[in-house]
Design a protein around this ligand. Structure first.
Ligand code: TEU
Length: 528
């Protein structure tokens, strides 16, 4: 048996709690709903669930604005419901990862309300307050990720406070020792309760340069890009002190058994890799790797992305891959449904921990949202840009009963228009479905550790095909992915000549045992 920790062997499944299952008829998902649907998660064959935030929140950013780090949002349930869910998850041999949002709280958090009340309040410096610039304007040129200045004027106390996201999400001051202790206690609280780890929201943001210098302007900015991109986030992100805190979080996690830290970090390879820390002073186990989302989808680009990423990893650093999230456009819409099957094979056979996003296992596309139903604050603030996150946050379609079995009432966001045929029940009974493919891939990974934790050797770059081998303990697999919609010949090496197709992404009779090396359009195969 492999002695690797579960987060290296396993697969993570992201649940967006508002949109998984509603159990109490308010049109919004909840914890009891998730518990009812654990069969789906278990039968998929994943190992861990990551829940987007479930804490009390005014929901200005749908839970990423936390008003109490140690409670449960009433819309989702309560601590008792959480404990029941955690026990049910563990009873199935699954792990539960929570979303920790350390960069900012809600402006409704009592800490902020207290600090806001007066300049001399002991909690004032738990957030980032600055005097105006000499002209009365904001202290510097930093821009919020959701557009507009990152500073909000507080007339009552005559200062600005910093918010990297919405003004309802004031940034916490991690340089303050008491705030730091209070936030680390939050991690302790949930680990004592039994959670298996955390996905840490915008970890690279948590400390700002002490000098609050202006950020440099981005010479490549054009009006079709988000306002945030106008300046490079040079002084507002990736500060050395943030790495110190990340190491402290790890030290704390390591006081417990088998807990994982996954950091949400957007940086070029070399700086990204530093978030692993060093063997002596480790930081997060998995700095999230979004490169399959951020880059073009063709054989040469993927080859370069994989090779460069692998080359950038420290020797002890374990890779990870993501193709979808609650922030990104749906993979099936971005590259087409046929290629999305190839993407599933890529994600589940690359070296590194995969994270699946709910609904991608059904091949759901970008769901059209009528203008009056748009909820995403990022979209509402920059309506001229094509950045609506609601379109990938829509409710899970479970079956073809009213509201797709998600809820007894009209859900908070519309369902995918094809929910009557594209739902879990329909796909579970269809061997050609995306769901069936995901289940097969996940079960192969489980039976053959080489596919999960084996070594990986990339073949040379090719215009149409991406080819790599995975091996461990005498087992060897060749993965060949056709990134194009043309049939493409694969020139087998001597060793590959005797291989047989173990699994194809093609719908229809999986051509098991086939020994031809012509890949059909949009076909991926695993050879053994
Ligand atoms: O996202 C961080 C982040 O970088 C986003 O601004 C991302 O670039 C954008 O959503 C892409 O369209 C995290 C959470 O995942 C996101 O949902 C939150 O809104 C954000 O942090 C603030 O907490």
């Amino acid at each position: 048996p492999d002695s690797r920790p579960w987060w290296e062997r396993g697969v993570v499944y992201q649940i967006y709690p508002r949109s998984f299952q509603d159990s109490d008829g308010d049109g919004v998902g909840d914890l009891a709903g998730i518990q009812v649907r654990l069969d789906h998660v278990a039968s998929l064959g994943v190992d861990a669930i990551w829940l987007s935030p479930i804490f009390p929140s005014p929901m200005k950013d749908f839970g990423y604005d936390v008003a109490d780090y140690c409670g449960i949002e009433p819309m989702f349930g309560d601590l008792a419901a959480f404990d029941r869910l955690l026990a049910a998850v563990h009873a199935r041999g699954l792990k539960l990862i929570l979303d920790f949002v350390p960069n900012h709280s809600s402006d409704q958090h009592p800490w902020f309300a207290e600090g806001r009340s007066s300049r001399d309040h002991p909690k004032r410096d738990w957030y980032i307050w600055r005097d105006p610039a000499p002209d009365g304007g904001p202290p510097n040129n930093w821009i919020s990720d959701f557009g507009g200045p990152a500073w909000e004027w507080d007339a009552a106390s005559g200062q600005y406070y910093l918010h990297a996201f919405l003004k309802e999400q004031p940034d916490l001051n991690w340089r303050h020792p008491e705030l730091r202790r209070a936030m680390l206690d939050v991690l302790r609280f949930w680990m004592d309760r039994g959670v298996d780890g955390f996905r840490i929201d915008v970890l690279w943001h948590i400390v700002k340069s002490a000098g609050f210098e202006d950020n440099p302007f981005n010479p490549d900015w054009t009006p079709d890009r988000t306002e945030r991109d106008k300046v490079l986030q040079h002084h507002s992100t990736d500060q050395p002190e943030a790495h110190v805190i990340s190491a402290e979080m790890r030290e704390l996690a390591d006081e417990y058994e088998d807990r994982v830290l996954i950091g949400e970090i957007f940086l070029p390879n070399e700086r990204h890799a530093r978030w692993y820390g060093t063997p002596k002073r480790p930081q997060v186990h998995l700095p999230f790797n979004f490169q399959l989302i951020e880059n073009g989808w063709d054989a040469r680009t993927l080859h370069r992305v994989i090779a460069d990423y692998e080359a950038s990893l420290p020797e002890f650093g374990w890779p990870n891959w993501v193709i979808g999230s609650h922030d990104a456009p749906r993979i099936a819409a971005r590259i087409g449904e046929a290629q999305a099957r190839v993407a599933a094979m890529l994600l589940l056979t690359l070296r590194g921990t995969p994270t699946l996003y709910q609904g991608d296992e059904l091949g759901i596309g970008q769901v059209p949202i009528p203008p009056e139903r748009i909820r995403d604050p990022q979209h509402l603030r920059q309506p001229h840009l094509d950045i609506g996150r609601d379109r990938s946050r829509t409710p899970m379609p479970w079956d073809n009963t009213p509201f797709a079995g998600f809820s007894a009432v009209e859900p908070w966001l519309p369902l995918n228009p094809d929910w009557r045929t594209r739902n879990v029940a329909a796909q579970a009974g269809d061997p050609e479905s995306m769901l069936a493919l995901y289940r097969r891939l996940l079960s192969l990974r489980r039976t053959h550790p080489a596919l999960a934790v084996g070594t990986m050797a990339l073949h040379g770059a090719h215009d149409s095909l991406l080819v790599y081998e995975r091996a461990q303990g005498g087992e060897q697999f060749i993965i060949i992915l056709n990134l194009t919609s043309q049939a493409t010949e694969f020139e087998p090496s001597q060793s590959a000549r005797h291989c047989r197709v173990l699994l194809s992404t093609l719908p229809g009779d999986p051509p098991v045992g086939r020994d031809v090396f012509t890949l059909a359009p949009n076909e991926g195969v695993i050879l053994a």
